[in-house]
Design a protein around this ligand. Structure first.
Ligand SMILES: [Zn+2]
Length: 79
């Protein structure tokens, strides 16, 4: 599955760290429409590659925020 996603990121002028890629699937497209993030990237087409950070930003804006908070909490907990 990961072998298919080799990039490059389809977001214009992407300068995010690019270590992983996700495909912009029709499911992802529908989610982006619902979240309203697709308006920011109207040139994206189904089947294109996105870097993982852009994918999260566009397709999973809620999940991206939630997964960051517990990580920070764990950090301070260890100190
Ligand atoms: Zn990107």
């Amino acid at each position: 599955m990961a072998l298919k996603n080799y990039g490059p990121c389809s977001v214009q002028n992407c300068n995010l760290p690019r270590d992983r890629y996700r495909q912009f699937t029709s499911l992802a497209y529908n989610k982006a429409q619902k979240k309203g993030t697709y308006k920011t990237y109207p040139y994206l087409k189904i089947g294109q590659q996105l870097c993982y950070l852009h994918y999260l930003r566009i397709v999973e804006p809620d999940r991206g925020q939630k997964s960051r908070t517990p990580e920070l909490k764990n950090y301070s907990f260890h100190q």
